[in-house]
Design a protein around this ligand. Structure first.
Ligand code: DOR
Ligand code: ZN
Length: 422
């Protein structure tokens, strides 16, 4: 791996304490030095003036759809979207077909990833067999096979008994159970946020309390057994309030939210129909404001996409029949950078939420520019304007409410372990 000298980028890694254009020297797949007037002999010179250099992001909530739903996404195409979005590491959820509920299936994921993943790819294992909520999986064997965490994400785990036992058996690993927090009874027939708009449109709603009920239950179970629960895709102001209170009470709980919940409201359904259908649903302006505030203050620990690809024909069905979910990895950084532009988050917040915290929780390589660290980073052009079209997206599916929109800011190069992948 040849020596490379990248000149002129502004390095926004907080660990290196620099916020000015400088030079980055790569050697042998590692960051060799960060600074000024670094030795250029024998190095390929890369001009990065006007660009931002940032440590690779970790997207701890994605759906790769392989095996079983390769018409929606594969590990190859999903990780291509990750690479283009500045995401160096992904965690894939277990709701594939078959479900990743046995050690052989965890091993199968890593074999597939070895052949086709463009970024570092890890899988989550299921908590219940077949994600049926009836019988617990072999927690220890899944972890030994390399599961990065356990979750039945995609469906609520309604059995408090299984959740409690899983929390107990996860304890030696220090890893969380990832909770898809929705009360299954309360959301069963719902297709959007419950409120004035769902009543106006005549759709059955998914009430905010459904989310809050299950995350409080899981927090109580974690408190009871001294376990660790992580709440997926937080979408309501009430959830944020409960998470804040649980943390203050010393309960081991962390949480994530996703770009759609800090930028879009349920109004999007009137404009975009099924393209705006996601689970949990888009909520109200007060909920969006709460997500922004909670990400800033750390009540929400990390951001993730919940990248959930669906084929075009599936989203083109009537609203109440269409599947839930948005693709997200191509766009997450660009959209989050919009909050930096608005002054809601700093660049350091962005790195904390998208890289440092998820890497810490899941024991992944902590991306920094410290000399000796793996050269896992990207260059981002904050001024580049581009159009979101099927041609500019790398995911196999294009079910994003940002389709057709113009956005500002895009990754222009990305290295993993010193290898240029974009
Ligand atoms: O919108 C969603 N789509 N939410 C989930 O929890 C699951 C996901 C999927 O797998 O399609
Ligand atoms: Zn999910």
């Amino acid at each position: 791996m040849g020596k490379k000298l990248i000149r002129g980028a502004r390095v926004i890694d907080p660990a290196c304490g620099r916020d000015e254009p400088c030079e980055l020297l790569l050697e042998g797949g590692l960051i060799a030095a960060v600074g000024h007037d670094l030795p250029a002999e024998g190095a390929q010179i890369i001009n990065a003036a006007g660009l931002v250099a940032a440590p690779g992001l970790v997207d701890m909530h994605t759906h790769m759809r392989e095996p079983g739903f390769e018409d929606k996404e594969t590990i190859a195409t999903g990780t291509a979207a990750a690479a283009r979005g500045g995401v160096t590491s992904i965690l894939a959820m277990a709701n594939t077909c078959p479900v990743i509920d046995r050690p052989e299936r965890v091993a199968d994921f890593y074999n597939r990833a070895m052949r086709s993943a463009k970024v570092r790819a890890y899988t989550v294992g299921a908590v219940s067999l077949g994600m049926q909520g009836k019988e617990i999986t072999d927690v220890e064997d899944l972890l030994s096979a390399g599961a990065a965490a356990l979750s039945d994400d995609g469906v609520p785990l309604m059995s408090a008994e299984i959740m409690r036992e899983a929390l107990i058996r996860m304890k030696p690993s220090g890893l969380p159970i990832l909770s898809h927090s929705e009360d299954g009874d309360l959301v069963r027939a719902g297709v959007m946020n419950e409120g004035a708009l769902s009543r106006k449109l005549g759709y059955k709603g998914r009430p905010a309390v459904a989310e809050e009920l299950l995350l409080v239950r899981d927090g109580m179970l974690a408190a009871d057994v001294g376990g660790y629960v992580h709440v997926c895709h937080v979408s309501t102001k009430g959830s944020v309030d409960y998470i804040r209170r649980m943390k203050a009470a010393g309960i081991h709980v962390t949480a994530e939210t996703c770009p759609q919940y800090f930028t879009l409201t349920e109004e999007e359904i009137e404009k975009q129909g099924a393209m705006a259908k996601v689970n949990p649903p888009l909520r109200t302006p007060a909920d969006v404001a709460a997500m922004r505030e909670a990400a800033k203050t750390g009540v929400i620990d990390m951001l993730a996409t919940d990248h959930a690809p669906h084929a075009a024909h599936e989203k083109e069905t009537p609203f109440d029949e269409a599947p839930n979910g948005f693709t997200g990895m191509d766009l997450a950084l660009t959209i989050t950078y919009g909050l930096v532009r608005e002054g809601v988050l700093t660049e350091a917040d962005l790195i904390r939420l998208w890289a440092t915290e998820p890497a810490r929780v899941f024991n992944l390589p902590v991306n920094t520019f410290e000399p000796g660290a793996p050269a896992d980073f990207f260059l981002f052009d904050p001024e580049l304007e581009w159009q979101v079209t099927p041609e500019t997206l790398y995911s196999k599916s294009h079910n994003t409410p940002w389709l057709g929109k113009s956005l500002k800011g895009r990754v222009s190069a990305h290295w993993i372990g010193g290898v240029k992948i974009v």
